[in-house]
Design a protein around this ligand. Structure first.
Ligand SMILES: CC(C)(COP(=O)(O)OP(=O)(O)OC[C@H]1O[C@@H](n2cnc3c(N)ncnc32)[C@H](O)[C@@H]1OP(=O)(O)O)[C@@H](O)C(=O)NCCC(=O)NCCS
Length: 123
């Protein structure tokens, strides 16, 4: 059964500016995302912008907005074929597990915009 859906669109330029601040990266992204998308000489801005959209889309699919959990507890990683998937930690993980939710995400980016669409099902 579908529990909720959520969509979000972000300006890649706006996220790129925020990514100049280490405090933003640490507050918004988890360790696995940082390992995947941030290296000393390159930051994968498009993917990090899409991930930001996915965190907000997830919060809309839950129906709460970003409340009761932190952004860095909702990580969006990529499988061996490049498909995105969620990895939850902390309070976000508790919400997902207690409600027995299955969360799916799709991402896209073009020019200055990145978009994420999330579907949450009840297992
Ligand atoms: C819910 C949330 C993610 C909306 O995102 P946003 O980028 O502010 O705004 P968007 O334009 O993408 O989305 C707005 C729409 O979200 C929807 N929305 C608002 N609250 C919602 C909720 N609790 N559940 C589902 N959808 C919701 C509404 O349809 C709204 O459109 P409307 O104003 O026409 O009704 C936002 O309120 C939130 O929780 N943001 C996190 C706050 C924060 O900490 N930001 C700092 C990050 S650096």
């Amino acid at each position: 059964m579908v529990y909720g859906i959520g969509v979000d669109i972000v300006s890649i330029d706006r996220i790129a500016k925020s990514l100049e601040k280490e405090s933003f990266i640490k507050r918004i992204y988890g360790a696995d995302e940082i390992a995947l998308f941030v290296s000393e000489n390159k930051i994968k801005t498009n993917s990090l912008a899409a991930n930001f959209a996915a965190k907000e889309a997830f919060s809309k699919a839950l129906g709460t907005g970003v409340r009761g959990f932190d952004f860095d507890e909702v990580q969006i990683l990529r499988d061996s074929l490049g498909a995105p998937y969620f990895k939850f930690g902390g309070r976000a993980q508790q919400i997902v597990e207690s409600k027995k939710l299955e969360c799916k995400v799709s991402l896209s980016h073009e020019k200055d915009k990145a978009v994420a669409f999330v579907v949450i099902e009840v297992k």
